[in-house]
Design a protein around this ligand. Sequence first.
Ligand code: NAP
Length: 258
Amino acid sequence: MLVLAGTSEATDLAGRLDRAGVEVISSLAGVTATPRVRAGRARSGGFGGTAGLVGYLRNERIDALVDATHPFAAVMPFHAADACAYAGVAHCRLLRAPWVPEPGDRWTGAADLVAAAAILGRLEPRRVFLAIGRQSAPAFRRCRQHWFLARSIEPLATPLANCIEVRGRGPFEFDAEVALLLEHRIDLVVTKNAGGVATVAKLAAARSLGLEVVMVERPAAPVGVVEVATDEEACRWVEATVRGAGGGYIPTSPGPGL
Ligand code: NAP
């Protein structure tokens, strides 16, 4: 059983499967120097594209794969879907539900990070809370009129001008989020629509302070893939799959060349 990790749900699923007696391997991209400790075996680093993943699935005799990568992982879900289809491995995606606006929210949607940066580029100088992760911050490097507070688990991949960095890994609490926004006199929040409870407090905090939010929407995902929303559902899918059910994805490309 292979879990493509990178989220708290992936960590929880590894624990759940391990407790259920399922032999689980968690795969990490290797981008975080201090990943969470998890049950079962772990491996780290890319597979070398779809073909590499097909080889890995065969070598390790993987019988089912749960893609529990982040909702903003734009590439791996396609590799997983294609590789599983070619290798004949049952596959599902564990994808938490996106956030939806509530009364009092002042959201402006952005199709992607480039669109979000374009929105900021048109604004007068603001004090911006960037809650988008270390790899995405460079998208805002041309928005030099603004002051940024950037929060990430590890230092930004490329430092931003006019920016203070704070380290943080969810879950975050409402009171602390309000305090952070007030302390830095934030008047605009930029976030990705990651969904889930661990990082939602910033949205409630922004709502309570009447702040605008630029909400970056999720990237495209492969269609026809079985989807579950929680690690509990994923565990049930694994159990059902072991009894014989499979996935429904039909690959659109000619194959990984194996
Ligand atoms: P991505 O664009 O979908 O993937 C880029 C490449 O990284 C993939 O082609 C693959 O390399 C490798 N990769 C990604 N996830 C992997 C995994 N679980 N195990 C082994 N290799 C993996 O993903 P990303 O946006 O760079 O994110 C990298 C990791 O960080 C993912 O695991 C994701 O869940 C996690 N993460 C991402 C975000 C975000 O906002 N993007 C936020 C939080 C966590 P090969 O082609 O060589 O196999």
